[in-house]
Design a protein around this ligand. Structure first.
Ligand SMILES: Nc1ncnc2c1ncn2[C@@H]1O[C@H](COP(=O)(O)OP(=O)(O)OP(=O)(O)O)[C@@H](O)[C@H]1O
Ligand SMILES: [Mg+2]
Length: 447
């Protein structure tokens, strides 16, 4: 910029001086130069006479060369006070002849200072605007991005924890708002799906309950055959004794003894029938901690008539100490009954043993879990055993090897489902010809 200013000023002066020189002579021209010097306080303007002392002006030769080429000449140098100065020399041609030159000399310090303060100001302004912009970005970023995203994260956390009631209700019209609304819609759909699953589960449970009850009633039919068979003996006793009393064959104390026998037998029959009705009764599922031994004993009593009808001796082995489990008593008895009935049906005579014990085991579907105390009800028969090709299918619903009308194939599948619902399982060991042993495992509760 300084060079340009010098050049413009120098050329203007040169034109003016050339005119004055040609019209009024050298002295007038130098006066004009003097005036110009006074008017431009920041620039030293002086006359450079080339012919005066060519040796004293090192620039003379270059100036002459520049002048002859018709151009001005500029240099920077260190001044007396140590500051940098810009010198510009503009040749003055009068009538085509080089008569001297106008020299402009100016310190560069004020301009440098100006540039420096300009840079400092520009940098400060830039810094300030960057700071303000950053602050603005932070505040706006927090308000429009950070805050809603934090809300979404909290919502996602609560959804992850299973709380589907939370809704963001975002009204933002950007991607974050869309994401929030999608999350809300997802919650709605999850709630709907949850309701559907709950309804389907409830209807599935109801269907299963009905199936179990139906299966229970078929078992009652089988038991009734045994019970009917079993009632024959006490009925005959009752009939005989009642007839004796009625005919007056026995009187006094003997008649009273006979009446007592009639009452005892009637009591026994009523008890047996009550147990059968009790087994058939439809009860809602209800689990409680119970000692398994009395439950196993009741099954033993209930099935003894059926076993007796088939010449099977039902042996019961329950340990001394109680064996508590968290069970639905009716369901547990149904499962055990199904297994024992199968054993009885597989035999024609001999012993069938039901034994209750405890052992530490891991569930077969969770072998990595540490073993825990389980109750085991083992049902061991002396029947023909289960052939290896039949064994993998015995727990399938409707799988049966029995004649049509004899078996529905539901007994073991129902027992399997009941044990699974009780966090237990059934396993079976069998060798053809060596009988079968079914074990019902249930987690033990308490000491
Ligand atoms: N103790 C056993 N000895 C030999 N085979 C058995 C024994 N227990 C079960 N099975 C076989 O497993 C099959 C399925 O038993 P499951 O109790 O499920 O049905 P089912 O006894 O045939 O009919 P349901 O019990 O419905 O009257 C039986 O048909 C039989 O072949
Ligand atoms: Mg069966």
């Amino acid at each position: 910029d300084m060079r340009r200013d010098h050049r413009v000023l120098g050329k203007a002066l040169a034109v003016t001086l050339a005119y004055v020189w040609s019209q009024q002579g050298r002295a007038a021209a130098l006066e004009v130069l003097e005036d110009a010097n006074l008017q431009h306080s920041h620039v030293d303007i002086s006359w450079l006479a080339l012919d005066e002392s060519p040796g004293a002006e090192p620039a003379a030769r270059e100036l002459r060369a520049a002048a002859e080429a018709g151009r001005e000449w500029t240099r920077t140098r260190s001044g007396a006070a140590g500051e940098d100065r810009l010198d510009t020399v503009v040749p003055l041609l009068v009538g085509g002849e080089l008569v001297g030159a106008v020299r402009l000399s100016e310190s560069m310090a004020p301009r440098r200072e100006y540039v420096r303060t300009s840079i400092v100001r520009a940098v400060s302004a830039a810094g300030l605007s960057v700071g303000v912009s950053a602050g603005l970005v932070l505040v706006l970023g927090f308000w429009f991005v950070g805050r809603p995203i934090r809300g979404l994260v909290q919502q996602a956390r609560r959804i992850g924890a299973g709380d589907l009631s939370v809704r963001g209700g975002s009204r933002q019209h950007d991607e974050i708002g869309m994401l929030g609304r999608e999350l809300d819609a997802m919650c709605d759909r999850l709630v709907e799906a949850g309701d559907r699953v709950a309804a389907e589960t409830a209807s599935r449970l109801a269907a299963m309950e009905q199936l179990r009850h139906a299966e229970r009633l078929t078992t009652v039919g089988k038991l009734a055959a045994g019970v009917a068979h079993d009632l024959g003996t006490p009925l005959n006793v009752v009939l005989g004794r009642a007839r004796m009393i009625a005919s007056g064959e026995v009187t006094g104390d003997a008649a009273r003894d006979n009446a007592r026998i009639v009452a005892e037998q009637a009591e026994r029959m009523a008890h047996t029938i009550r147990q059968l009705l009790d087994f058939a009764r439809h009860r809602p599922a209800q689990r409680a901690v119970a000692d398994l031994a009395p439950l196993v004993e009741q099954v033993h009593v209930l099935l003894t008539p059926l076993a007796r009808k088939r010449n099977v001796h039902l042996r019961l082995e329950t340990g001394e100490r109680p064996c508590r489990a968290y069970v639905d008593a009716a369901q547990f008895q149904q499962a055990l009954t199904n297994v024992v009935v199968n054993g009885i049906q597989a035999m024609h005579d001999g012993d069938l043993t039901v034994s209750l014990s405890q052992a530490r085991r891991s569930a077969p579907d969770q072998p990595d879990r540490p073993p825990r105390e389980h109750a085991c009800v083992a049902v061991t028969d002396r029947g023909p055993g289960i052939p290896p090709d039949v064994l993998p299918r015995i727990f399938d619903p409707f799988f049966t090897t029995k004649e049509v009308g004899e078996g529905t194939g539901l007994g073991l599948s129902v027992a399997y489902g009941i044990l699974r619902d009780h966090d237990g399982w059934i396993d079976v060991r069998s060798e053809p010809g060596g009988g079968a042993c079914f074990s019902l495992w249930l987690p033990v509760e308490g000491p």
